[in-house]
Design a protein around this ligand. Structure first.
Ligand code: CAA
Length: 501
């Protein structure tokens, strides 16, 4: 992979570095102390195109790529991680979702002012009872004519106190769990919206974080991003992109702590030598540099994959996991290198240490990143696979025809039917979820079997009530079949396991 930067990429990196040195460095320690939101510098960053880097110029952005974005986030975060957070939430958690899932009308109304930095965007998924378990949402949206009425409480909303618009996730049907989630573009200046308690935080203290209460907030149906039921997948997809930004923020923090440590080790003397002459310090410096270099490569790798339009969930989680744990490790060692001086607020290393911690927590904890990575590298899970559920029909054409009609599936025989079984493409599975009870009964009475590559899909499909009658009929694939990520191989494996009639 070629990581040579283009002229444009170098230009945005240098622009971000110069701005950070000139405008942010003088206020970084002070806003950490006071917790004041840096509105002036954020507006200036908007004017420079840093608040919507990957958004096309048509919608107010800079029209650059993800590599440019991570280069800029790193430079800003190296000087002030609070600015890095505000920038990252605006660019990826807010803008990216609308760029990917919004209509043209939504983009003009909700993307343009935020990508151009005139207004501020936020993202609101977390609730008091659900952080990592993001699908367990209680904020409720109920349809009322041409709008949805939203009620409930969200928490840990970064930029919540100052945001003009928010990408909000709410449940429209709690019974469907994560599949009953919708995403709304909320205007914070409308009645029913109230920003609440501001969190007193350990680090990134100048980024404002708060609870938000919705009290009969009326969201026009036209402000729904994607379709009703798409919310959870939109959130996951947006977080994939967001995690690259947080990885770059972590990298910036680690780089700052590393550079401070090298400089200090060349100045400070002990036992008659500069401390940098001692092997104990040199080894820490060597490990810092190595981990930072590895983080950088993981981040560029994820960004390049995203720019190429390839899948990047695994790479984004790897980059965030490694870079955030590197930031925590490097900043801890940086304090060690500095000794007592590092523990004092007189130097910025203690701020780097406090700021680093959040990168292991928000946009998915390190444990969640491992949860995302493990099944994907094992081949158990392919979130973007277009095939979810295999329905195997043994009873010849009549049953197949009935089942197809019930499914509302307009089956293209060429693609979907294979040796007496047919495959339901992912998009149609959504419709199946809504009619799953009667459908399931039909399938069972016709002696049809259900197979899936992912056990969770099946358990969601076959409700608890049905599980008793499902035994022996609905089965998940064996580990061997699950291990196969390729549909063709899964189909071969399925066929070989088909009962002989
Ligand atoms: N893209 C698209 N769809 C995806 C996906 C992805 N990356 N990952 C999963 N999905 C889909 C799956 O295909 C599946 O679809 P079906 O319903 O069709 O089966 C569905 O989502 C559910 O997937 P899982 O069964 O894997 O879901 P899960 O509930 O077991 O676990 C999780 C998912 C990875 C744990 C997820 O809940 C998660 O990432 N949790 C952490 C949430 C998080 O990062 N919160 C931070 C909030 S933002 C923040 O930090 C505040 C801020 O302002 C900075």
């Amino acid at each position: 992979m070629n990581f040579e930067l283009t002229e444009e990429q170098r230009a945005i990196r240098d622009l971000a570095r110069d701005f950070a040195q000139k405008e942010i460095a003088p206020i970084a320690a002070q806003i950490d102390e006071t917790g004041e939101f840096p509105l002036k510098t954020i507006r200036q960053m908007g004017e420079l195109g840093l608040m919507g880097i990957e958004i096309s110029e048509e919608y107010g952005g800079a029209g650059l790529d993800c590599v440019s974005y991570v280069l800029a986030v790193e430079q800003i975060s190296q000087v002030c991680a609070s600015h890095g957070t505000i920038m990252s939430v605006n660019n990826s958690l807010y803008c990216y979702g609308i760029k990917k899932f919004g209509t043209d009308e939504q983009k003009h109304k909700f993307l343009e002012p935020i990508a151009s930095g005139k207004k501020i965007g936020a993202f609101s998924l977390t609730e008091p009872q659900s952080g990592s378990d993001a699908g367990n949402m209680k904020v409720r949206a109920v349809r009322d004519g041409d709008a949805y009425i939203i009620n409930g409480r969200k928490s840990w909303v970064t930029s919540g106190p100052v945001a003009d618009f928010i990408v909000l996730f709410a449940t429209t049907n709690p019974e469907l769990k994560h599949r009953g989630t919708a995403c709304f573009l909320v205007d914070t200046h409308q009645p029913g919206f109230a920003a609440g308690k501001k969190e007193p935080k350990l680090g990134i203290r100048a980024s404002a974080t708060c609870e938000i209460t919705y009290d009969n907030y009326r969201a026009p149906a036209s402000t729904m991003l994607g379709k009703d039921g798409d919310g959870f997948k939109i959130a996951m997809s947006v977080l994939d992109a967001g995690r690259i930004g947080i990885a770059a923020q972590a990298l910036g923090i680690a780089q700052a702590a590393y550079e401070a440590s090298v400089a200090y080790s060349k100045e400070r003397e002990a036992f008659g030598s500069k401390i940098g002459e001692f092997q104990a310090i040199q080894w820490m410096i060597a490990d810092m540099a190595t981990r930072i270099a590895a983080s950088r490569l993981l981040i560029y790798n994820a960004a390049v994959k995203k720019d190429r339009g390839e899948k990047f969930s695994t790479e984004a989680s790897m980059a965030k996991l490694f870079a955030s744990e590197t930031a925590m490790w490097v900043t801890t060692k940086a304090i060690q290198v500095h000794g007592g001086a590092g523990y004092s607020k007189e130097l910025p290393v203690e701020r780097y240490f406090r700021d680093a911690k959040i990168t292991e927590i928000y946009e998915g904890t390190s444990e969640i990143q491992r949860l995302v990575i493990a099944p994907r590298v094992r081949g158990d899970f392919d979130a973007e696979s277009d095939i979810d559920l295999f329905v195997i029909i043994k009873n010849e054409d009549a049953a197949r025809q009935r089942a197809l009609t019930q499914l509302g599936v307009d089956v293209d025989l060429k693609y979907n039917v294979l040796l007496g079984d047919f495959v339901v493409p992912r998009a149609r599975f959504e419709r199946m979820a809504q009619i799953r009870e009667p459908l399931y009964q039909t399938l069972v009475s016709e002696g049809i079997e259900l197979w899936t590559r992912r056990p969770k899909t099946l358990s969601a499909f076959v409700s608890k009530k049905r599980r008793t009658i499902s035994s022996g009929r609905a089965r998940t694939l064996s580990k061997a079949a699950i291990a196969s990520r390729s549909t063709a191989r899964t189909m071969r494996s399925l066929r070989s396991r088909l009962p002989r009639s």
